[in-house]
Design a protein around this ligand. Structure first.
Ligand code: SF4
Length: 304
């Protein structure tokens, strides 16, 4: 009998070769897109950009997910570990500044196998975990030997909102726990002479309309943890992706809402704050069925 899956805080404790858990991921690698992404924070997109690999499935069920096609609708192709390793090498040869693993941890053993093969083939880029923030500490601890960069969402400042909008009753508890753990074990962002991030954590907060995400609570938690944590305040919420009944979620965020949150971060004294312009909802709305999901960058899987 294969090992039961407890990779994320859902702790489904089931054999994924027989039955899918909450994340809907199979027991083999399933990938939705591989492309050069230019839309991450500046130290992550030096060179030609960030070498992004989007994994299918997700333990969260966000009603506004802009990656829904791959995170909830099963879009993706099966891939063997050595083929993924070859794509990582290809991204390195295309001048990417890192390997950006988007929602990877429900494939932890399979990705570790790929990384091992890729390193044997000459991969030497920083490896980044790009996460929803809903992670199990035991699983994330195993990543510390594999990945130096952690791009972590902190979506909500309370459990109730996480339950309503992502069907995840303990999001705030688990995400705080894991961000604290990563901060204590990986530490502040390190940037090389080319402006490229090589190690550390960045925390993202996607602002939702009417301040539903409870941003002040998020910012106060991070400020208390450390003002050296780079904070990325995101404006790219797009109501076109929302599939739910909360009336307030059916409009974009306002300029005023965004400015209030930026002012709060400045007042708290964060050393590094990344912001977006309010045109971001259009710029960062992907179509994973298209050959170029983000309008400008070809999905390498479209070539196969
Ligand atoms: S990774 Fe998927 S199957 Fe495993 S515990 Fe989490 S939701 Fe369940």
């Amino acid at each position: 009998m294969r090992e039961a899956c407890n990779l994320c805080p859902r702790h489904c404790n089931l054999d994924r070769s027989i039955k899918n858990g909450v994340c809907n991921a199979p027991d083999y690698l399933k990938i939705g897109a591989i492309l050069i992404h230019k839309g991450e924070e500046p130290p992550l997109v030096q060179g030609s950009g960030s070498g992004a690999i989007f994994f299918s499935g997700c333990p969260l069920k966000c009603a506004y997910c802009q990656n829904r096609e791959i995170s909830q609708n099963n879009f993706g192709i099966r891939m063997e570990a050595h083929n993924l390793a070859r794509y990582m090498i290809q991204l390195q040869e295309m001048g990417c500044s890192n390997i950006n693993l988007v929602s990877p941890t429900h494939y932890t053993p399979q990705i570790f196998e790929s990384l091992s093969k890729a390193k044997d083939m000459g991969l030497n880029l920083p490896i980044m975990v790009n996460s929803s923030g809903y992670e199990d500490i035991n699983t994330i601890s195993k990543w510390y030997e594999q990945a130096n960069l952690y791009l972590m969402d902190l979506r909500y400042g309370d459990n109730q909102t996480g339950n309503i909008l992502s069907k995840t009753p303990d999001y705030w508890d688990r995400a705080r726990e894991v961000i604290r753990h990563i901060w204590e074990h990986i530490g502040p962002l390190e940037i090389d002479k080319h402006g490229r991030a090589t190690k550390g954590i960045i925390v993202r907060h996607l602002l939702l309309p009417c301040m539903l995400s409870n941003p002040f609570s998020v910012l106060e938690f991070l400020a208390e943890l450390s003002l050296r944590i780079p904070l990325s305040i995101m404006a790219q919420y797009n109501p076109a992706f929302y599939q739910g009944e909360v009336e307030a979620m059916k409009r974009p965020i306002s300029k005023n809402e965004y400015q209030v949150v930026i002012d709060k971060a400045l007042d708290l004294g964060f050393e590094t704050i990344y912001t977006q312009d309010l045109a971001s909802p259009i710029t960062y709305s992907p179509d994973f069925h298209a050959a170029k999901p983000f309008n400008d960058q070809l999905n390498l899987l479209a070539l196969t």
